[in-house]
Write a protein that binds this ligand. Structure first.
Ligand code: ZN
Length: 240
């Protein structure tokens, strides 16, 4: 049956075809062939949009066979709220990061949009008290312990040659300010430089070669002598 050129007759033509096809039942072979013909083909965005439009509201709420009313389980409830509650561009608590999770406010998990809020992962984490728990678990074995000298040395070794970016430096200063606000006192406050820690005492009186090894020591010495020369040159310039 050829497709009619007149557009108004197309629907009539489609109906005729579908009526004719109703007489036939699809055999297994037929189904296989269909699936074969579809292999490797991608549905375009437009057809997806059309499909979605045609399905809109078909399975919503009470019409859906899986409807469980108020007995719905948590994941289902989350999905139900997700599809209905307007998702803002920013987290409802901090208003800084993108919201990623729905958080229940009353603790009763009501089937009510107003009982939930859109939060970023961090705010959700804090709200559930997970961070405090994690800190307790992670820091338990560290309470009352101090880093050994070897550990400190290893840390400083691993940090050698790494340069901090401007952003990183800003973050560090931010965190330091926070630390001091919360009552942290610098252990070197009101102390003279001569009150050396044990780690520094071990280095005292040793040559560069003994501490860093020959190659590294030479490099440091070169840098130092260069710096000294520069400062002397500057002095000469200023005085002359
Ligand atoms: Zn947030």
């Amino acid at each position: 049956m050829p497709q009619p050129k007149d557009k108004t007759k197309i629907q009539e033509w489609k109906n005729k075809i579908s009526e004719k096809l109703k007489k036939y039942e699809k055999t297994k072979e037929h189904k296989k062939n269909i699936s074969k013909s579809h292999l490797g083909k991608k549905t375009t965005q437009e057809t997806i949009r059309k499909l979605k439009k045609s399905c809109n509201g078909i399975n919503l709420a009470e019409k859906n066979g899986n409807w469980k009313g108020d007995k719905v389980k948590l994941r289902g409830l989350h999905r139900w709220i997700e599809s209905r509650k307007f998702k803002p561009k920013l987290c409802e608590k901090c208003k800084r990061r993108k919201p990623r999770e729905l958080s229940n406010t009353s603790g009763n998990y009501l089937r009510d949009i107003n009982d939930f809020e859109w939060l970023c992962s961090k705010c959700h984490f804090i709200k559930d008290g997970k961070i405090e728990k994690l800190k307790l678990i992670a820091g338990k074995h560290l309470i009352g312990k101090k880093y050994s000298d070897i550990h400190r040395e290893n840390i400083s070794k691993s940090l050698k040659g790494i340069k901090f970016t401007k952003k990183h430096k800003k973050n560090i200063s931010k965190s330091q300010k926070k630390k001091y606000k919360n009552g942290y006192i610098n252990p070197m406050k009101n102390k003279k430089r001569n009150d050396l820690s044990e780690y520094n005492k071990r280095r005292k009186g040793k040559t560069f070669e003994e501490i860093y090894g020959f190659d590294k020591a030479q490099e440091i010495k070169n840098k130092l002598s260069n710096a000294l020369q520069l400062s002397e040159n500057l002095k000469e310039k200023i005085t002359s």
